[in-house]
Structure formats: C-alpha cells, structure tokens
Design a binder for this molecule. Structure first.
Ligand code: NAD
Length: 275
C-alpha cells in the first residue's frame, strides 16, 4: 500500500512518515538516508544542530532518487535566531546540504528568553517569498508562541514539531493546532524506544502480527500526525516504513489513548529550556 500525506495550509503536502536523524554523525547519516530512500521513505528530518546536514545531503545525492521527489526538513538553531542571522544560517544549511532549497524550515525552539522568535519568523517569511523554502514552520512552540507570531506577522506556520508519544499525547497543543490549520509532527514518536516494551502496545502488536514500533507509528498516522522515527539500522528503518498495509482497530486506538499521562516529557520544557 502507498504511503500517506498530510496537507499543509499553504497548499504543499508532507509524507506522513519520515526518517529522523538526530544523534547520527555524518558517516552514519548518509547510509541511513540511503537505506530509508531505498525502503520507500521520501521525507528526511535533520537540523543544523545535529551536525549531519552534509551526510544527509550526500545520502540523498547517492541514493539515485530525484531531489524533487524528496521532502527535506532542516531547522534553525537557537543561537542563530534574529533576522539577519537567520538568513545567514539558512544559507549555511543549504550549503552543507548541497541543495538549493528545502521543503520545510523550522525554528527549532522558541527560546523565549532570547526574545527573537518573531524577528526570526520574519526572515523565514522572506525566504519563503524568495522560493528557497517551500514551507515554513516551527518546533517546540507553545500555543502562546504560535499566537504571538500569528498576531505579529499574520503568517501561520504550516506545522509545529513537538515531543509527542503515546504517554505524552499533547492534547491541548493539538486542539490549538487544529483550530489554526497547523499540522502536528511528533518528535521522539517511540518515546526514544522506551514504549516498545509497554504491555498494552505488545498485546496490540501480537494481535496484528506486527512489531511494537509499527503499532506506535500506526497510532501516530491514524491520529493524523506526521511522524519521524529514528533508526540507523537498515532492518528497523524498513520495518518502521512497513506500516501502510494494516490498520489499528478502534478499540486499539481507544486503549492507546488511555496511556496518556500528560506529564512524562523526555526532553526539556520549551518554556523554561535555558538554551
Ligand atoms: P524515537 O522515538 O524515534 O526513538 C528512536 C530509538 O528507538 C532509536 O534510537 C532506536 O533505539 C529505537 N528504535 C527505532 N526503531 C526501532 C524498531 N523498529 N525496533 C526497535 N527499536 C527501534 O526518538 P528520537 O530519535 O528522539 O526522535 C525521532 C526524531 O525526532 C529525531 O531523530 C529527530 O529527527 C526528531 N527530534 C526533534 C526534536 C526537536 O526538538 N524538534 C527533538 C528530538 C527529536
């Protein structure tokens, strides 16, 4: 079965499952990207701070898949926030990636203590107007940060990439996104692996003859989320993409819904993060 997409408010669309490459050095990123593209992925998620944009670019170029068929995301690191510095950081990312546009550029964190995310957003709007970014979005933004950039620029991000997994389901953020036609993208969708041994997930996986990872990825898909599981192991990369030929039952979705504790972040709280 074919992969699925989520439509953006700007008319573009994003493949619902992508490969995450956090904590993957250049020499591992290139083969991981090639493995993903050969398994059928057409969406790669990197960031300047991952220090692997060169490896990602090399993986894309050596894959044999046309750049135009690939949805490539990168992110602006916090210390490059500000209008001029964002423009400069974007040029540097493109150069490292070895491409002349990205499909999606994200402000990595609101970093509210810097007070620069509105200026940064204005630079993103400029870059989109210039055609060097197809779509612009944010990451780790709370509704109050989203509201601020919307109020000050009138331009709504197409997506917000936030920590989201079955025991941290972000229902309030998702409700806000829905009212503003902002897509939600799940980072650490597998809870960095900690949810793979959960008994409820295991029971559902056994029922469908699937792996725990596939069940969790399917939960994100059927919840209307964009999901970017990370692996550098080719067999797992393949497994994580073989999720378009089965579906969860309504009672499975309901049961996973009850796993939400709404308190167990793995990563930092974007409101108080000091970086
Ligand atoms: P994840 O939830 O994707 O878990 C990844 C880990 O799960 C892997 O290291 C591996 O150990 C395990 N795993 C993956 N597939 C498996 C399988 N099929 N079977 C068994 N184990 C498996 O965690 P993540 O890497 O933190 O998040 C995914 C991506 O999200 C990142 O690579 C990055 O692209 C993005 N991310 C973004 C932010 C942000 O601030 N925007 C923060 C963290 C991560």
């Amino acid at each position: 079965a074919d992969q699925t997409y989520i439509s953006f408010s700007d008319g573009n669309r994003i493949p619902q499952v992508g490969l995450g490459v956090w904590q993957t050095p250049n020499n591992e990123a290139a083969p991981a990207v090639r493995a993903a593209l050969s398994a059928g992925y057409r969406h790669i998620d990197t960031a300047a701070v991952y220090e692997n944009e060169e490896g990602v670019g090399e993986g894309i170029r050596s894959s044999g898949v046309d750049r135009g068929d690939i949805f490539l995301t990168t992110k602006l690191w916090n210390n490059d926030q500000g209008f001029d510095s964002a423009l400069k950081a974007f040029d540097a990312s493109l150069k490292r990636l070895g491409t002349d546009y990205v499909d999606l550029y994200l402000i990595h964190w609101p970093s509210p203590h810097r007070g620069l995310f509105v200026e940064t957003w204005k630079a993103f709007i400029r870059l989109k107007e210039e055609g060097r970014i197809r779509s612009i979005g944010v990451s780790n933004f709370y509704p109050e940060h989203l509201q601020k950039i919307i109020d000050e620029t009138g331009v709504v991000p197409v997506i917000n990439q936030i920590e989201l997994h079955p025991d941290f389901q972000q229902k309030d953020a998702r409700a806000f996104h829905l009212t503003h036609s902002i897509a939600t993208q799940s980072w650490s969708p597998l809870g960095q692996g900690k949810l793979l041994n959960h008994p409820v997930i295991g029971k559902i996986a056994e029922k469908h003859g699937r792996s725990a990872a596939q069940v969790i990825i399917r939960w994100h898909i059927e919840s209307g989320l964009v999901v970017i599981p990370k692996s550098v192991t080719p067999s797992r990369i393949e497994e994580n993409f073989k999720v378009f030929d089965f579906s969860l039952d309504p009672e499975d979705m309901a049961e996973i819904s009850t796993l939400d504790s709404n308190s167990t972040r793995i990563g930092p709280d974007p409101l108080t993060a000091s970086f």
